[in-house]
Structure formats: C-alpha cells, structure tokens
Design a binder for this molecule. Structure first.
Ligand code: SF4
Ligand code: SF4
Length: 273
C-alpha cells in the first residue's frame, strides 16, 4: 500500500471508518482477510472506527468511510445521513450496499407477511418496506461491487483513494475472466443458466471454475446485452420467462438494469397465465 497523497486537516495519517448496515459482515471480513496487506494498511491509515475489528473508536470526521449493507430499517435511514456528514469520501462496498443485496428480494413481496411468518413477536420489528442501496439515500463517491467484495479490488480501491486517483476496477464481463483462464463454458457445454455474459468481472470466474453457472454477484457489467442472454436461455435451453426473471433477481436483482429486465420478464410471465 503506497504512502498517501490525501491531504488531512492535521497532517496526520488519513482516518478510515468502516460502517455496517443490514448485511452479513462478509465484506468487512474481506478487509480483515487481507492478511499480507493488513499491516501495511494499518501503517497507511488510522483505523478510527471499525467495530468488527477493534473496540477503540475515534470521533468523526473521517477521511474515508466504507459502508457495508443495505438500508432496511428506519434507524438505518437516519444513521446513513449522519455517516455521510462524517466522511469526506464515502464508498459503498458489496452487493447489499450497492444494490440492496439479497434482502432486496422483499421489494417485490409483502414485508409484513414475511415478518409475521418469521418472528414470534412481530410488533418488535421495525423494518422498511424495501431494502435499498446506500446511493438511494446519500451521495457515494464510489461503489465497489461483489458478494463479497474481492480483496484485491479492496486494496486497489484504498490505494487509489490514498493516492487521489480513480480506482482501476474492470467493468467487463465475467466471461472475459473465464475465457482468459481457459475454463470450459458451462452455458454451452452443460446448458447451465450462466449470467457470466452480463455480469461484471471481479471474482476470477469462480463459479465456472467449479463447473457452476454464475449467478451475478458482481452485478451488471457495463452495457450488458440482457435480452440476448435471455433469448439464449429461452430458445436454446427451453427456460421460461419465470426462470429468466428468477435468474436476474438474485444478489443484485434490484440493481439496474437487472431490475428493469427482471420486471420485464415478470410481465411476460404474467401474460402467459
Ligand atoms: S461459463 Fe459463464 S462466464 Fe464462463 S464463458 Fe461461459 S457464459 Fe461466460
Ligand atoms: S462467477 Fe458469478 S456468482 Fe460466481 S463468484 Fe463470480 S460473479 Fe459471483
């Protein structure tokens, strides 16, 4: 991790804060999993707020704020506004923070019914009707995709912020990574509903490497041709409109243009019935 160019008020090391909203903690753990780079990171920044890693908390303002998780409760709706005020650069990390995550599946359902089914005392649950990304509530300076985020991309992001340059994060598809590594295509050879052609790279084509279809955990690539893939799934694999909709509505189903396409195939499904 390079020395920083980020000017701070006091001339001291830039401060880093890591915040959790509705999430599983997996993206924060990627930060702790850095191992080799973690000590360098600790040397480059002052970790001022990171409850998953340490008890000591320094007061705001913070130079860099990383936010994991979606906004799913009224308390989170209020807290994210304060977090934005407290941070000079605010970056959302992971599928929950950048798209609403798997919990955003409730955005197409009756939340009250879910709460009644899951909790013995539903009156104690304070939940919004939707789970939404951080950028739907406050301005974010950058979004790092993935479920969880890729550790190398996290290092690149922090390096770029410290050096005052744009993070070099690829926006091409998982297929490019898959073909570069020479993995057999599960879409062609096994008839699997692989979302690799429309999903942003970042994982090293992890699932095709294990002979499984990609389910889109890095969200849509830049300008994805969703209709072309959907036609392939329907015409070549005999998938239904419902199956196409469900393939799109997974970890990043609430992120455009997956959301718009999922809604479109839902309308086609409804016309059939
Ligand atoms: S397996 Fe999936 S990611 Fe790999 S080339 Fe085929 S469609 Fe693309
Ligand atoms: S192949 Fe797709 S589902 Fe698997 S880790 Fe990569 S982006 Fe996620």
């Amino acid at each position: 991790m390079p020395a920083h160019n980020l000017p701070t008020n006091s001339g001291a090391k830039p401060t880093l804060a890591v915040f959790k909203f509705s999430s599983c903690d997996g993206c924060q753990l990627q930060l702790l999993n850095l191992e080799d780079e973690l000590l360098t990171l600790v040397g480059a920044v002052e970790i001022a707020y990171f409850l998953e890693a340490r008890r000591r908390v320094l007061p705001p303002p913070y130079d860099i704020g990383l936010v994991e998780g979606s906004i799913s409760t009224p308390e989170e709706e209020r807290r994210i506004r304060q977090v934005r005020r407290d941070c000079r650069y605010l970056v959302s990390i992971g599928a929950c923070a950048t798209s609403g995550g798997i919990q955003a599946l409730r955005n197409w359902a009756d939340v009250d019914e879910f709460i009644r089914c899951v909790y013995p005392s539903p009156e104690y649950i304070k939940s919004l009707e939707t789970a939404t990304p951080i950028a739907a509530h406050v301005f974010v300076d950058f979004e790092l995709r993935g479920c969880p985020v890729n550790a190398e991309q996290l290092v690149e992001l922090l390096s770029a912020l410290l050096l005052g340059r744009k993070p070099n994060i690829p926006t091409h598809s998982v297929c490019i990574e898959c073909k570069r590594r020479g993995y057999p295509c599960v879409l062609v050879t096994k008839g699997e509903p692989c979302l690799g052609p429309i999903t942003q790279a970042g994982c090293g084509a992890l699932c095709p490497r294990c002979e499984r279809a990609c389910y889109g955990c890095f969200g849509p690539m830049e300008q994805p041709n969703i209709r072309s893939l959907a036609n392939q799934l329907k015409n070549e694999q005999g998938r239904t409109n419902r199956e196409v909709k469900l393939a799109l509505r997974q970890f990043n189903g609430y992120m455009e243009p997956f959301k718009q396409a999922g809604d479109y195939y839902e309308r086609l499904e409804q016309k059939e019935t």
